[in-house]
Design a binder for this molecule. Structure first.
Ligand SMILES: [Zn+2]
Length: 339
């Protein structure tokens, strides 16, 4: 039995609860980039311990990525924390009594929306990727009080991740004082001790992010394959004997749209790692409607989960429904597991 957090197993701990990779895929988020947002005006605390008294944000739910798992990522998470797999809109409860000292209401950056709690014991806790928060800066909250609702926000999108809440804990100081990477394992400080987590041989997702400033003229009513990174047409290339499971979201920006822009993924089954193509499998289409303001760029999103059993490739196609459309931006957020 392995323990991804490196903690000693407490006697009588519950049986190891393993999420399947598929469950993890549907339930969880991904690598968290560096995120140093918000100043803190509080002085260093007098006391810094609260082991064994904190509440989990959403009760006894599966952990989709451990604190150690965040640290094991390549590159390591910029703010290691514990990911609790919950559906969007799940109430989040304060771990302990304290004061809300920071709150970000926009979806941008790796954190998405967040709220920060300065605990009365001097510790500092952040809840990331929220759908919304219910308390303002400066509000005193009690242990167990609902302070937010979970989401999947990040990278400028409501669905920048799979749905989950990420909890970061700093002991005896703010992230600005201690460093954003210098968190501790929140699970070690909750009432009853750490939840079992999935084994360390279950890989953590790899997070791929790409932002392309592009200028591609799109012929009307024709599927056009677009690059998902500089010089890179394929969202995935999976070799013989390899399975890749992922969730992906694409954010697209286009000028000249008066009707709509359609987006889809297309999978190709190959005869070998280098081809030829055996069969082609277009995936469901999202239609991004033109925004009302004439002349302004239209933005929209396409999201899909997939599993590819190699040899396969996956690419992205778009189709403008009117002429004169230019694709001006593409961003790709992909969380994937390879087996
Ligand atoms: Zn996380």
């Amino acid at each position: 039995m392995c323990d991804t957090d490196g903690d000693a197993s407490p006697p009588g701990r519950a049986p190891h609860r393993r999420m399947s990779r598929r469950t993890v895929l549907l339930a969880t988020g991904a690598a968290l980039g560096a995120a140093a947002i918000g100043a803190d005006l509080f002085s260093p605390p007098q006391s810094a311990t609260a082991a064994g008294t904190y509440l989990r944000p959403c009760g006894d739910v599966p952990i989709s990525s451990t604190w150690q798992g965040h640290r094991n990522r390549k590159p390591p998470s910029g703010e290691p924390g514990t990911d609790y797999a919950v559906a969007i809109g799940t109430p989040i409860r304060a771990a302990t009594a304290g004061v809300i000292v920071d709150r970000k209401d926009t979806t941008d950056s790796a954190t998405g929306r967040y709220i920060a709690l300065r605990a009365d014991d001097g510790n500092y806790i952040r809840y990331l990727h929220l759908a919304s928060s219910t308390v303002r800066n400066g509000t005193r909250v009690s242990r167990g009080q609902v302070i937010a609702y979970s989401g999947a926000s990040g990278f400028g999108s409501e669905t920048g991740y799979g749905s989950h809440v990420h909890v970061s804990l700093w002991i005896g100081g703010t992230p600005n004082q201690l460093g954003f990477t210098n968190t501790v394992n929140f699970e070690n400080f909750v009432e009853g001790g750490p939840l079992p987590t999935y084994p360390e041989d279950d890989p953590v997702p790899t997070h791929q992010s790409t932002d392309l400033a592009t200028s591609v003229a799109l012929p009307a009513n024709t599927w056009t394959t677009i690059a998902v990174a500089a010089g890179q047409l394929y969202l995935a290339i999976v070799g013989v004997g390899v399975v890749e499971t992922a969730d992906v979201s694409l954010n697209l920006k286009a000028n000249g749209l008066t009707t709509g822009l359609q987006v889809r993924l297309v999978a190709e089954k190959l005869a070998s790692n280098s081809g030829p193509v055996v069969s082609t499998h277009p995936q469901p289409v999202t239609e991004i409607r033109a925004t009302a303001a004439a002349g302004s760029p239209t933005q929209g999103q396409h999201a899909q989960s997939y599993q590819l059993a190699g040899p396969m490739r996956l690419f992205v196609q778009v189709m403008a429904l009117n002429s004169g459309v230019t694709l001006t931006g593409v961003s790709v957020r992909k969380n994937y597991w390879i087996s």
